[in-house]
Design a protein around this ligand. Structure first.
Ligand SMILES: Nc1ncnc2c1ncn2[C@@H]1O[C@H](COP(=O)(O)OP(=O)(O)OP(=O)(O)O)[C@@H](O)[C@H]1O
Length: 299
């Protein structure tokens, strides 16, 4: 497989301890790699090195075989970042055509991409007047208009509803089939399990684990106990054998290595306990467990 992003042995420090400490990562053509990890893990630093916003201090970053700091190499790159705003007065068509020209393509490439992303009817609308989902599609159109080899998506579906999120990923499928590689950072771990071929978990500047979502889940012998309970999360986290606890709508999800013991304690503690079931761990539970007690899982 052709490699569109190759990161090897990368270290990066700002002023304090290293933000990245020997990170390797690859994205192949057509592949979607999700970068996960808690706040401060180093995800933004890694993305900023990949897109050429930061200079590499140690190690190597190759974007489509070149240095991402070079303008010519960056033409192989498309970026969707939450922090990128639009000039409010510009129209959708102008923005996409402008992105094409900046990427060395004719203005006429904008039309087909606007159609591909379902934005043709908004071509004369000012960007500021689009809905959240339409703005995300506009950003994607601006990123895709140069037909990039690598697309970097930073929390691309934050704030979108379930339908808009699904649409967003469906729009990308054809591009991936044509060979565009995708690097996505997201806090929506279960979403990344659905769309990513591979997941890389960063914590404290190091790669804790990498593999397909299924391989990461299989690292854990944990099970998930799901139930409706009146017990609060602090109390649940203090129960014996609970590795992690979180709310999911009206349910709680508890990760544990010994579901039988936990069930006994739960039933004794909460006589109103209902809708009880035990599941295998999901990717979210796996990532929480990996990043909260790395030593135990790494062995
Ligand atoms: N410009 C900066 N100057 C100094 N330290 C920084 C700077 N940017 C990031 N850091 C530090 O580097 C480490 C990694 O930060 P980074 O933003 O890459 O993490 P992250 O995984 O993207 O976090 P989040 O999920 O919160 O966005 C953190 O300890 C952070 O405080």
């Amino acid at each position: 497989m052709q490699i569109v992003l190759g990161v090897s042995g990368v270290h990066h420090s700002y002023s304090g301890p290293p933000a990245l400490d020997g990170v390797d990562l690859e994205v192949g053509a057509g592949e979607c790699v999700a970068l996960l990890g808690p706040n401060g893990a180093g995800k933004t630093t890694l993305v900023n090195l990949a897109i050429g916003l930061l200079r590499v201090q140690r190690g190597q970053v190759l974007l489509a075989g070149g240095n991402p700091r070079d303008a010519a190499t960056r033409r192989h790159l498309g970026v969707v970042q939450q922090s990128l705003g639009f000039p409010a007065t510009l129209k959708v068509g102008e923005l996409v055509a402008g992105a094409a020209v900046r990427g060395g393509r004719p203005r006429s490439t904008a039309g087909p991409v606007l159609a591909e992303l379902g934005l043709t009817e908004f071509v004369n609308r000012r960007a500021a007047k689009l809905s959240g989902g339409q703005k995300q599609r506009l950003q994607l159109a601006m990123a895709l208009v140069t037909d990039p080899d690598l697309l970097v998506l930073d929390e691309p579906t934050a704030g979108l509803d379930v339908v808009a999120r699904k649409q967003f990923w469906q729009l990308l499928e054809q591009r991936r089939e044509r060979g565009t590689g995708v690097l996505v950072t997201t806090h929506l771990i279960e979403e990344s399990a659905a769309v990513a071929d591979r997941v890389v978990v960063l914590a404290d500047g190091s790669v804790l684990a990498k593999g397909s979502p299924g391989e990461l889940v299989a690292l854990l012998p944990d099970r998930t106990v799901v139930a409706r309970t009146s017990l609060d999360l602090d109390r649940l986290r203090a129960l014996p054998g609970v590795v992690a606890a979180r709310r999911d709508a009206e349910y709680v999800r508890l990760s544990t290595r010994s579901p039988e013991d936990l069930l006994r304690v739960l039933l004794a503690e909460d006589h109103q306990l209902s809708d009880l079931r035990v599941e295998g761990a999901g990717l979210e539970e796996a990532v929480v467990a990996l990043t909260s007690r790395p030593q135990e899982v790494r062995e």
